[in-house]
Design a protein around this ligand. Structure first.
Ligand code: ADP
Length: 408
């Protein structure tokens, strides 16, 4: 009895198979039909084994999942026997609006709500829904669970989720902060508490998810109390190709005086800004770091701005909680760039966060990289969103089946 988790993109699906306790990864992989639907690569990795690659024909999410389920279970889904192998399916859904405050079993009402929120997450919710429909038709006998990135922010106080604009924007149009990367921040907060050896309910943490998209979240007592991403995943930190927060007056100025349309601005701020926009080199942190090392001044400037914005966010979020017991670095950049972590931590002594240069330089996540005498801990955590989705799926499935999680 295992849990399958799915993270569906427009023409790709990431998947993972976990044991019934949602502790061990039995397999993980990716099927991607972006480049060539006739010969889409299907990659499966099982712990301790060689990666298995094949190429398959994919016409839509359903055919993609047929290949995935077949490879994982040896049956074609919808066949008798698959229920023995897969007992629940967890689906990653980026946007649950302000409605979903928790993971839920998927029924028609849930699907309709996810469809409604597509307007807020046009790149993410529609493929998630396609993945859900495909998986439900293929595995009809098992519960399907939606795990939302926004749910971690369900308990933000109004003062943190409202914008200082006419109140009717919120009541009439639903303009508010939602927050994103919640699955990652929630996982990392729990893992940080384990590493620090302290009860999560008593900790004040600032979690920095620094990947292609970047956000930082203040977590007090295991709950998100403030975050940098807002109504959309464009707000807050400087990112790979997204600007993060800028003066909204710039947008009006450019539209009114430079003849740039709203659509062009959307593209410029989402795809041509951030590290890419400033450096002119790439949105990929590694490439910008390499350019900076070889003397490229704009690349160096981009890195300085990126780190400076993370540092400022850490300060703001820490102050929101009246202090910080632990700073978390996670995702591609946070987990791998020792120099970025070192630059961010310059000056954080004032918050009781002292980085150990040596520990930072040799760090293998998950690791504590603060000096032994640092009042607050600094930890680097390998984010495991799939594992978190599996745990959530297990929890919801146990509830649906009225089974006590502890005795299963
Ligand atoms: P996503 O947000 O799409 O899940 P990731 O979390 O994988 O992406 O993060 C991607 C970013 O991590 C890229 O900018 C990449 O350059 C950066 N990254 C990955 N490995 C390293 C590394 N060894 N050093 C510095 N940056 C890295």
């Amino acid at each position: 009895m295992n849990i399958l988790i799915l993270n569906a993109g427009s023409s790709s699906v990431k998947f993972g198979l976990f044991d019934a306790e949602a502790r061990e990864t039995l397999a993980s992989g990716l099927i991607d039909w972006t480049a060539d639907p006739q010969r889409a690569p299907l990659v499966i990795q099982r712990p301790g084994a060689e990666e298995v690659r094949s190429s398959v024909e994919v016409t839509d999410h359903r055919t993609a999942l047929v290949h995935v389920v077949q490879s994982l279970t040896g049956t074609a889904g919808g066949e008798s026997g698959q229920d023995d192998v897969i007992t629940g399916v967890g689906h990653r859904v980026v946007h649950g609006g302000a409605v979903f405050r928790d993971s839920v079993g998927i029924d028609d009402g849930v699907k309709a709500a996810i469809a409604r929120f597509s307007e807020l997450a046009p790149l993410h919710n529609p493929p998630a829904l396609e993945g859900i429909e495909a998986a439900q038709s293929l595995l009809p006998g098992v519960p399907h669970v939606a795990v939302f990135d926004t749910a971690f922010y369900a308990h933000l106080p109004p003062s943190a989720y409202l914008y200082p604009v006419p109140y009717e924007w919120y009541t009439d149009w639903g303009i508010r902060r939602f927050g994103f990367h919640g699955i990652s921040h929630a996982y990392c907060a729990g893992r940080a508490a384990e590493l620090i050896g302290h009860d999560l309910r008593e900790l004040r943490l600032v979690s920095c998810h620094l990947g292609n998209g970047c956000s930082a979240t203040a977590v007090r007592g295991g709950k998100a109390v403030a975050t940098t991403m807002g109504f959309t995943p464009m707000e807050g930190l400087m990112m790979g190709s997204r600007s993060g927060s800028i003066d909204p007056g710039i947008l009006f100025y450019i539209q009114q005086h430079r003849g740039i349309t709203a659509e062009q601005l959307d593209d410029l701020l989402n795809h041509r800004s951030g590290l890419l926009g400033v450096s002119g080199v790439s949105s990929d942190f590694r490439r910008v770091e390499a350019a900076a090392r070889s003397g490229d001044e704009r690349a160096r400037l981009a890195l300085e701005m990126y780190a400076g914005r993370v540092r400022a966010a850490v300060g703001a979020l820490a102050v929101t909680m009246g202090g910080v017991d632990g700073l978390i670095f996670t995702a591609g950049v946070g987990e791998h760039s020792a120099s970025l972590r070192a630059t961010v931590c310059e000056g954080l002594d004032c918050l009781g966060l002292r980085l150990d240069g040596q520990r930072n330089a040799v760090c293998q996540p998950d690791a504590d990289i603060a000096t032994p005498d640092s009042p607050g801990r600094i930890v680097v955590i390998h984010t495991r969103e799939e594992l978190m989705i599996a745990r959530e799926t297990r929890r919801v499935v146990c509830n649906l089946m009225n089974v006590d999680e502890q005795i299963r």
